[in-house]
Design a binder for this molecule. Structure first.
Ligand code: BV8
Ligand code: ZN
Length: 248
């Protein structure tokens, strides 16, 4: 069902809210989305820049791709949608959780703390082979010599690529929140995601199974829009503050 612009999501002092965001929430901060025109993947097959095989084949190409994204994300600012989500967290406390597919770090910069970055983050680097702990990193390697670990292997962005498992610690936090929400008024809100990448795209179904009323705030109809009770079309910077009753 697509909604008119003045609708508000019903949130009272018992409601638990799980928000899922994708690249679309950062679009108004100037960061390219993945599948829209001019998206990140344009001209770049995903396998070449966001898969372990692509990294093994051409680590320099992949580091150039992620260095550009670190540069762009570092120059971007959180927008009204990021801020509204952080404000809702401050109001709800442990009745709130934000799970994001984004790696740009803008939610944390907007003040989000109850945040699960299920695809990792641009702002950490790890070894591509050994178990050395990932570390905070804002460097922009673009040409040889690419950063290597003491074990000799190349360093890589601490990001979950296609064909890689998500960190169970992150997915467990989402599952736990859904279980705890059962029986309480439970809202699932997805913002700025095309619903094409799994397992994130399956969260709406999982939320429904846990009794959630499901909302999608997206610029265009997403692939899995049919799974939502309510669909609000428009730019997140204006739809999200209005839906949450929070000034942007
Ligand atoms: C895994 C990090 C187990 C990299 C990313 C067949 C069926 C089902 C699944 C699969 C399958 N084949 C393969 C799979 C598994 C695969 C998958 O889902 N593939 C898809 C393409 C079919 N998934 C995986 O590999 C995951 N791992 O499943 O492990 C496994 C292991 C081996 C084999 C099988 C399974 C790992 C997935 C993680 C990949 N890493 N990111 C990086 O960021 O560089 S995914 C990447 O896409 C980003 O994280 C991005 O966030 C994510 C999803 O895209 P969106 O965020 O939705 O962005 P998109 O551009 O698509 O959409 C933006 C939306 O915003 C649009 O709808 C637009 O309308 C809207 N919008 C634009 N502007 C605005 C706006 N909305 C509001 N306001 C605006 N202003
Ligand atoms: Zn190593």
């Amino acid at each position: 069902m697509s909604e008119t612009q003045d609708i508000r999501i019903p949130i009272d002092d018992r409601t638990r809210v799980l928000v899922l965001t994708g690249a679309g929430i950062s679009a108004e901060s100037g960061l390219a989305t993945f599948r829209g025109t001019g998206g990140l993947w344009d001209g770049q097959p995903v396998e070449r820049v966001a898969s372990p095989e692509g990294f093994a084949a051409d680590p320099e190409l992949v580091w150039r791709f992620y260095s550009r994204r670190r540069r762009d994300a570092g120059a971007a600012e959180p927008n009204a949608a990021h801020r509204a989500v952080a404000t809702l967290e401050a109001r709800l406390g442990d009745r709130f959780l934000l799970v994001t597919q984004n790696v740009d770090g803008l939610h944390a910069r907007a003040g989000s703390v109850r945040l699960v970055e299920i695809h990792g983050t641009l702002w950490r680097t790890r070894c591509s082979r050994c178990m050395r702990p990932p570390f905070a990193d804002a460097a922009f390697p673009v040409e040889p010599p690419l950063p290597r670990c003491t074990c000799g292997a190349f360093m890589r962005p601490d990001i979950v690529w296609f064909g890689e498992m998500l960190d169970p610690a992150t997915t467990h936090r989402v599952d736990l929140f859904m279980r705890e929400a059962m029986g309480a008024p439970f809202i699932f809100l997805a913002v700025g995601t095309s619903g094409t990448v799994y397992p994130a795209a399956s969260y709406v179904q999982l939320a429904r199974l846990h009794g959630a009323q499901t909302w999608l705030a997206n610029l265009d109809p997403a692939e899995n829009a049919g799974a939502f009770d309510h669909v609000v079309a428009g730019p997140a910077g204006s739809t999200v503050p209005r839906l949450l009753g929070i000034d942007g």
